[in-house]
Design a protein around this ligand. Sequence first.
Ligand code: HSE
Length: 436
Amino acid sequence: MTTYKSNTINIGIVGVGTVGGGAVTILARNAELIANRLTKIRLARIADKDLERASKLVSELGLQDVIISDDWHDLITDPTISIIIEVVGGINLPMQIISTALKNGKSVVTANKDLISSHGDELLALAEENGVDLLFEAAVAGGIPIIQVVKESLAADKINSIMGIVNGTTNYILTAMSENNLPFAEALKQAQDLGYAEADPTSDVEGLDAARKIAILASVAFNSRVKDKQVPVEGITKISQWDIQYAKEFGYAIKMLGIAKCDGRQIEVRVHPALIPLTHPLATVRDSYNAVYIESDDVDKAMFTGRGAGALPTGSAILGDVINAARNICLQTRGRINCTCFASYPIKSLDDTISQYYIRINAKDAAGVFAAIAKALGNEDVSIASAMQKRWISEHNAEIVVITHAVRHADFMRAVEQIGKLECVDAVENIIRVEE
Ligand code: HSE
């Protein structure tokens, strides 16, 4: 018989923009359900620099007795509040808010991937020191419950690799390029018109957003800290309609992937577009959906998919964490699971990573050209898996597309350099990794 149903847990939220607004909306709508499932969770305070937007939200949702202010300190110093949701975004201000909250004995729930992927270690240590929770489910792949799955549900299993489509904007763009034959620029414009891509889309299309998410996933999966800056990134801006069409002919889709692997000695981590077989579960993840594909010793292969962004999916992940933090308060088990990084594996150098590669070359259409390219590859021990020459670029030039067997990155890049210098080659148009 639980006795804590009579408790009311007061919470505060800093930031009621899109994601914060989503969390507050769900809390208002599902208040009774949440109270029945655990206990009453009451939004006591909101801090937002835009007082008008906060008042509008509160009145639209019919929330009563919520104190609104434009100073986050008001939440931290309120002794009745035990959980703070931080959804401000950025690094410096949230760092200040979260660390002050933790030091003041508040549990914190955040969706801030920038901060967790760069300063997660310091903040988790602070949470542990103060015997409170710091939870960040919403920081990775929005509504997909993956952090708790990895930290708790798979706690007995050894995870060997994670491949994730963890950026909705780039998945939308690549899907539009593939299914509607749009060039990159038009697909990006469509993503912007639909509100997926920001006016400045750099962090999405160049892979920085995905790097933060795969850094967090790698840290929890391999119990060893990986920071955002340690993740080599390559964006999707060079992917052309030709690459998409050739990939299809070879039986592949092009997806923007975050990849993390651990062999028990080193962690390999990277973000880049990749060819994946059309039969791979990740190839079926379309539009702005996200997915995380895990290979482990015991569960083997499992994929988790869903909405990676948006007010309600992300708000739902935030409130799931709030309920967890509230449960820990009710059961007096705060700080139950904090930092899980007990190991410290080095990050494998990108040069030593091993992949298959796709290479598209603009070359003279003449005798011996293919042989010259094959020789340059062979010089570096790069073996050809498939090759195709279909398109004539001009009267004298053709396009040669090769897929290699698995090769060390540095060896492949040396071969690419030699190919680029061949008299008969006008340009190496693109190189893209192939993942199975
Ligand atoms: N910009 C991200 C995406 C959502 O496109 O998936 C927030 O992380």
